[in-house]
Design a protein around this ligand. Structure first.
Ligand SMILES: [Zn+2]
Length: 49
């Protein structure tokens, strides 16, 4: 899924495409992708529904 995340390397919000949704060990959903500018991994937690 596409999402807006925060890249720590660019220190800016970036639009990540084709992120992968995962569930962490404590049951929180998150989406992971790579920054389109620098390629750093960007992770964002999703609200539970
Ligand atoms: Zn970046």
């Amino acid at each position: 899924m596409d999402f807006e995340g925060y890249c720590v390397k660019c220190r800016a919000k970036v639009q990540v495409k084709a992120g992968t949704v995962k569930v962490s060990e404590n049951g929180r959903k998150m989406v992971q992708g790579v920054c389109p500018t620098c390629g750093t991994k960007v992770t964002r937690f999703l609200p539970n529904k």
